[in-house]
Design a protein around this ligand. Structure first.
Ligand code: 4G4
Length: 223
């Protein structure tokens, strides 16, 4: 998969995109990414990318011209072009799985108070990572990139891949423990040392169900 970010702040990306799982995915040749800056496509000598809204009001908007040219420079026939915005459909694991099957994503990061409405036809989708506003689309875009990349076949190690199915069960994760066996007077549940794998699986399912009921009852109602 190739991911192109359209962003006024390309410097934000390497620390996230070149670390951990995404670095490994790149080394394996499963993921490739880059940034393109609308400022490099500005048409005037001051490299202007924002302007005041017609009709008045506070703040600035991203201009259509530079952003459209930046998108065009990375968009290919097999690209899916996505705007991150508070107005988008809420992003979830199901969307992540669907996007993980795409060959190329173009993730467009907005800034200022928003963008010229006439850009909207350039997007195949508008996604939101939650009901809140952040300064720019960069963090939402990287969040989507991470969630999608880890579902690209081969990116996760085998043992991690199994864990990623936990959301697919529709339940929260079961509680997990590692050494020491007793910590601050609290012992790890005895059943986990029984060696009885069927019993352990049964305990984990019940514990996952209980955790889901307590923390996210809405997930159960949907299932
Ligand atoms: C597009 C339009 C995404 C992008 C307006 C982006 C929250 C999310 C932005 C804006 C974002 C989200 C500046 C309001 C950038 N904020 N929930 N901000 N704003 O996914």
């Amino acid at each position: 998969m190739r991911i192109d970010f359209v962003t006024l702040f390309p410097g934000m990306f390497p620390s996230v995109m070149d670390a951990s799982m995404m670095a490994r995915a790149k080394e394996k040749g499963l993921l490739d990414w880059g940034c393109v800056n609308p400022r490099d496509f500005a048409e005037d000598k001051h490299h202007k990318v924002d302007d005041r809204p017609f009709g008045g009001g506070p703040g600035m908007l991203m201009m259509a011209g530079p952003l459209a040219k930046a998108i065009k420079s990375v968009k290919k026939k097999n690209s899916k072009t996505i705007l991150l915005s508070p107005q988008g459909n809420i992003f979830n694991d199901k969307t992540a799985l669907r996007l993980s099957r795409e060959e190329r994503l173009v993730l467009v990061c907005g800034h200022y108070e928003g963008m010229d409405e006439r850009l909207m036809p350039l997007f195949d989708e508008e996604l939101s990572v939650g009901d809140f506003v952040v300064t720019g689309g960069e963090l939402p875009a990287m969040l989507v990139a991470d969630a999608v990349a880890r579902l690209v076949p081969g990116v996760l190690k085998k043992e991690e891949a199994a864990a990623s199915e936990s959301f697919a069960t529709g339940l929260l994760d079961f509680p997990q423990y590692t050494r020491p066996r007793v910590w601050r007077g609290r012992a790890v549940p005895e059943i986990l040392f029984s060696g009885d794998h069927a019993k352990i699986a049964e305990w984990r399912r019940a514990a996952a169900l209980k955790a889901t009921k307590r923390k996210r009852p809405d997930l159960l109602e949907r299932a």
